[in-house]
Design a protein around this ligand. Sequence first.
Ligand SMILES: NC(=O)c1ccc[n+]([C@@H]2O[C@H](COP(=O)([O-])OP(=O)(O)OC[C@H]3O[C@@H](n4cnc5c(N)ncnc54)[C@H](OP(=O)(O)O)[C@@H]3O)[C@@H](O)[C@H]2O)c1
Length: 294
Amino acid sequence: MKTSEFDFPDAISLQRPADDLLRKAEGRSRANTEYVLITGASSGIGEALAHECAQRGLDLIVVALPGEKLSAVQETLERKYRVRVQAYETDLTQPGAPEALYQWCVENEFTVKALVNNAGVGHQGAFENGGITNKLSLLQINMLVPVSLVHHFLPMLKGRKESFILNVGSMASFVPVPYKCLYSASKTFVLNFSRSLRFELKDTPIKVSCLCPGPTLTNAQNRQNARSVGRRGTLLEMSAPEVAKSAVTGMLAGKEIIIPGWKHRFLEFVSRCLPAIWTIRYTGNMFSVAKHKA
Ligand SMILES: NC(=O)c1ccc[n+]([C@@H]2O[C@H](COP(=O)([O-])OP(=O)(O)OC[C@H]3O[C@@H](n4cnc5c(N)ncnc54)[C@H](OP(=O)(O)O)[C@@H]3O)[C@@H](O)[C@H]2O)c1
């Protein structure tokens, strides 16, 4: 079975020799292992983040919807990088699911030193199209699930010498985007939540970062969406491993906002300088091709 589309070099050629890593892993008890927990790690940016962390010798808890993909990712990460990988399958939008994930970590003595809120969904189409269920479900996974996970894991993260929260926003966090209105609003929430939380936690060991990638080549739907807006969409495309490298480097450096790609950083700067009415006209015009989607 194809487990990953990412072409990462083998761990053997990386920072730590595999034997050394193995010995270290064997010598550690479950109780004193510290993990990076990544939601939505079975594909796309989440899977790339898992590879990037494992490549740096970080042990992982990977979380995604039930199915075959997650155990395949777990197996690949363990074999390739010789790190500890725990897998937890759940639909995080179900009532009590974030708390159950936290309890599972506590019961198994899995200490989390970095919480990566990556699981999320996108959407295109005019607001008036489609039913309410999908709209509320988008808001649930993109906003409420990260808030719940931060709430539950905060005391554990506070107890570490150094710890991290990485929330995944988007370039759409910076500007309103008509025909992606709930998506962009949810990602603005993620950005502002992250920035305020960072300020509140400035005297604790926790560094809060927000990753704001542009169009990233993950699933087929994303590729199609990026291409549907023409050259303006494809010009900014990046691969998931590129995004993940920038994200993990930024998170470990304690950066507040991580925007992978110089073109993306330039665009964010320009959007701050322009009158709001111009930017919304620009994004509205750009995504109007998607207005008939449900
Ligand atoms: N791709 C882009 O262009 C782009 C740009 C900016 C920001 N982002 C953000 O980056 C994040 C990842 O996007 P992506 O494109 O990599 O997405 P993706 O390829 O569709 O992967 C989404 C991941 O989230 C998991 N997931 C979805 N709903 C879940 C739920 N209810 N409970 C548990 N896990 C769930 C999926 O599990 P299964 O695989 O089992 O379905 C999958 O592992 C999202 O927050 C997205 O908004 C993406």
